[in-house]
Design a protein around this ligand. Structure first.
Ligand code: NAD
Length: 296
């Protein structure tokens, strides 16, 4: 019988466990760990994600400060805001909600964030650290995937892991984290040939393609652990909007374990953002010298 891995339950446990750390920090410094959230434009999905992140911060006493702008905000003005947030000693985490409008170069914006405040783990310094196995701030979704896997896998060494998707925010960092744990990792993408055959070799399968129901039951080896990162908005048989993953969930009876969508990786991503914010606050306050852009 397949085990359904509840990301909702694990995220609640992680979030609860941060409460005390948050209150100790606030007692010591006079203000709680603080996350600045930057939202440009009115993308409906981004609005939902930002609302959820801010709601979870409030639950454990983390302070979040919202910076909302219309979609015509200039790149220069956004860079100016990032510079001010970098300098502000009472801001510990900076989250720029993606996607940004097309006239703003997202890479330039993410590169401008102080790596010590980069709670999304997207800054090249943190990406570089991840690639050499020297952990800075990890990207939240891959970190959440690993926590879910760690609750099930006793020994990662030599396990065959297949990752579907090679994006910078999910596929590549998940692959690096699995490699770090000594898995034998295969990264696949939309041009990979014989994808079902490759997937059938997986003891651990992480799917981040953005393609509803892509992974069918007969692609999955009996006993495999399946982490479904996909979030796809579809319409159900009664015409109602529905969120589904990249895995045909109802065909996974023979898998060892599978994450549901919703209620799997999604809540873990937010929990990991809170973990990173508390970690950033602690790290920043343990630095006596002024915070430089490149942590030396
Ligand atoms: P992306 O579009 O940047 O990358 C998708 C990757 O999947 C690409 O490498 C592409 O080559 C590959 N791909 C697409 N279709 C494929 C196919 N048919 N076969 C094989 N490979 C295929 O997407 P992303 O940002 O990595 O996000 C992937 C999915 O994960 C999306 O549904 C997104 O909404 C979801 N997501 C969820 C969370 C979360 O917190 N749960 C976080 C980030 C992304």
């Amino acid at each position: 019988m397949v085990e359904i891995i509840s990301g909702t339950a694990m995220a609640a446990t992680i979030t609860d466990s941060l409460r005390e750390e948050v209150s100790l920090f606030a007692g010591e410094h006079g203000y709680p760990p603080t996350l600045a959230v930057v939202l440009v434009g009115d993308d409906p999905a981004s609005q939902i994600y930002v609302r959820r992140k801010i709601g979870q911060c409030a639950k454990i006493g983390l302070r979040s400060i919202e910076h909302r702008f219309s979609r015509d905000l200039s790149e220069a003005d956004l860079l100016g805001l990032i510079a001010r947030l970098n300098e502000d000693p009472e801001v510990h985490g900076i989250l720029v909600q993606l996607p940004l409008p097309a006239h703003i170069d997202s890479h330039m914006i993410l590169d401008a964030i102080n790596p010590l405040k980069d709670v999304d783990g997207f800054h090249p310094v943190n990406v570089g650290r991840l690639s050499i196995g020297n952990r800075g701030l990890l990207p939240c979704t891959p970190m959440g995937c690993m926590m879910l896997l760690e609750s099930l896998v006793v020994d990662f060494r030599g396990k065959k892991a297949v990752v579907i998707g090679k994006s910078n925010i999910v596929g590549k960092p998940v692959a690096l984290l699995l490699l770090e744990r000594e898995c034998t990792v295969t990264v696949t993408h939309r041009y990979t040939e014989n994808l079902p055959e490759i997937v059938r070799t997986a003891d651990i399968l992480v799917v981040a393609a953005g393609s509803p129901g892509l992974v069918r039951g007969d692609w999955v080896k009996p006993g495999a652990i399946v982490i479904d990162v996909g979030i796809n908005r579809t319409i159900d048989g009664d015409g109602r909007p529905k969120i589904v993953g990249d895995v045909a969930f109802e065909e996974m009876d023979h898998a060892g374990a599978v994450t549901p969508v919703p209620g799997g990786v999604g809540p873990m991503t937010i929990a990991c953002l809170l973990v990173n914010t508390v970690k950033a606050a602690t790290t920043l306050n343990s630095h006596c010298e002024p915070i430089s852009l490149v942590d030396g």
